[in-house]
Design a protein around this ligand. Structure first.
Ligand SMILES: [Zn+2]
Length: 522
């Protein structure tokens, strides 16, 4: 195995045996296998212990200098020793910088006042939830109406037409075709209308459940934020590879009836925010938990919105079957299928209208729920931190998208970097003011049918009070997580497994840190 000179001193993994190795200084040659014809230029490192004690371990006796300059190599050994001590010191410092439950407890200086929700808001909420429930019902009504119309046509119109326009031969055949064409087209339409109702739900992305025993500091913070915001405790905490944090109730159609409160935390979010910012985000999510009936209503609203979006945009095998039936059937039969296709298009148009009505009716409510949850955040961490977080979330979202894009570009080279949060941090630091501005403009355009208000509106609404907050603690949010880096690696691996639908193992990944300097050069 050969490695280019600039990689000297770095660690890597053998493509064949997956053994971890360190690439030595080019001037040092090592005899691993004397029977081997070509001189290997890579020092295998079998575990951390042997790496730390490298200068005095028997391994070092394998090192044979190229020249007789022993003084130089003694110096090199010393340099290596100092370097490994420095690494060990940094590692200890990192461990020491992890936050403790006691520190977290001391960071809270009180509870927050629960934001008031107006009566008008509560009643509009009920109205919207009822309306959103009516939308799918009217769609079912539409299907029922179409079926009735078709039956009426078959039992009343067809016999009448057949008896009044009776003809023989070719003309008769054509007449028969004209009479029955609407039935075939109607049947196709009904099939396409019913299909999405029966169709499966969109799959939930992969998450990893973390426990109180594994992550005492994070759970201590969650406990205290729940206490301060008066929110119920989550029944489960999960982490995933998303630039997001969310509070949800179970999953599926009847999630709004569930009592299974799930808090999902994206590791890229943890990697890019500081503790105060992250605590604010938690307060926002627990603010949603505190909304009780409002949260359940919003779940109904979101489920219905997503359902219609799926009906409008999702295509499957049946669409391609219909497409080929139109183009490949004999002309007369093809016309019937084309008529069916036209009807399907019309139904999708109607569904699109349903979807738009749903979005318009619900967006004001969903926006109000966000403003409401923001109040919890502002009161806990203060207006200044809220402002900073709002801007930083835009920045890290851009960074995260770029990181995924870069990871995608590396795929053809079979290079899977082991920590997508590190890559996200790299790109987040490089986001330009122009990119931020573009994103904010896009937000403003989409605000009308988006589930979230624009960042500018949220900052304006939330910071009007100028609250100083009741939580003070410095440090990166990742300090809340024990073994943050290994956890990121595992979740990155699981992310690849799901995204690539292949059995990616940790051993297939390469160290992200090794590729970052090259990105900087590019
Ligand atoms: Zn929210």
């Amino acid at each position: 195995m050969r490695a280019p000179a600039p990689l000297a001193g770095r660690r890597g993994t053998c493509n064949q045996c997956q053994a971890e190795f360190r690439i030595p200084h080019p001037r040092v040659e090592q005899q691993v296998d004397t029977s081997s014809a070509s001189a290997p230029t890579i020092t295998p490192v079998f575990d951390k212990q042997s790496r730390q004690s490298a200068p005095s371990s028997p391994q070092s006796s394998f090192v044979r200098p190229f020249d007789s300059d022993d003084g130089f190599h003694a110096l090199l050994d010393q340099v290596q020793q100092v370097a490994s001590q420095a690494v060990e010191q940094t590692r200890r410092k990192q461990v020491a910088s992890k936050l403790t439950a006691a520190q977290i407890g001391a960071a809270f200086s009180g509870k927050i006042e629960k934001p008031e929700t107006s009566q008008a808001y509560k009643s509009s909420l009920l109205g919207v939830a009822v309306m959103m429930f009516m939308l799918p019902l009217s769609y079912l009504g539409l299907i029922f109406g179409c079926a009735i119309a078709m039956l009426l046509y078959i039992f009343f119109v067809v016999p009448y037409l057949s008896s009044s326009m009776f003809a023989h031969g070719r003309i008769g055949f054509l007449m028969l075709l004209v009479i029955w064409a609407p039935v075939v087209a109607g049947a196709i339409t009904l099939l396409f209308m019913v299909k999405p109702v029966l169709g499966g739900r969109s799959k939930r992305t992969q998450t990893r459940t973390i426990t109180r025993e594994e992550q005492p500091a994070l759970f201590a913070l969650i406990d205290r934020v729940c206490e301060a915001t008066g929110a119920p405790q989550p029944t489960r905490v999960e982490v995933d590879m998303n630039m997001n944090a969310s509070a949800s109730l179970g999953s599926g159609m009847f999630a709004f009836l569930s009592s299974d409160l799930v808090l999902t935390i994206g590791l890229p979010l943890l990697a890019t925010l500081d503790v105060r910012q992250f605590t604010g985000v938690l307060a926002h999510e627990f603010g949603h938990f505190s909304q009780g009936a409002g949260m359940r209503a919003s779940i109904v609203v979101r489920t219905v919105n997503q359902w219609f979006a799926r009906l409008v945009y999702q295509r499957d095998a049946m669409d391609s079957v219909l497409e080929s039936a139109v183009t490949e059937s004999p002309t007369w039969i093809g016309i019937m299928f084309a008529l069916g296709k036209l009807f399907v298009l019309i139904t999708r148009g109607i569904l699109w209208l349903f979807m738009k009505v749903g979005q318009l009716v619900s967006s004001a409510l969903l926006h109000q729920m966000e403003f409401d949850a923001d109040q919890y955040e502002v009161r806990l961490v203060g207006a200044e931190v809220f402002k900073r977080t709002s801007r930083d979330l835009i920045r890290s979202s851009i960074g995260f998208e770029k990181a995924l894009d870069q990871a995608g570009q590396w795929l053809p080279e079979q290079r899977l970097v082991d920590d997508l949060t590190l890559l996200t941090k790299h790109f987040t630091a490089k986001v330009t003011p122009e990119e931020m501005q573009q994103r904010e403009q896009l937000e403003a355009i989409q605000a009308g049918h988006s589930t979230h208000p624009t960042t500018a509106d949220r900052i304006e609404q939330a910071c009007a009070s100028g609250s100083p907050g009741v939580f003070q603690l410095a440090g990166p949010a990742s300090a809340l997580i024990h073994h943050f880096e290994p956890l990121c690696r595992i979740v990155t691996c699981e992310f690849y497994r799901e995204a690539l639908a292949t059995d990616v193992q940790l051993a297939h990944l390469t160290a992200t840190a090794e590729w970052l300097p090259r990105l900087q050069q590019a």
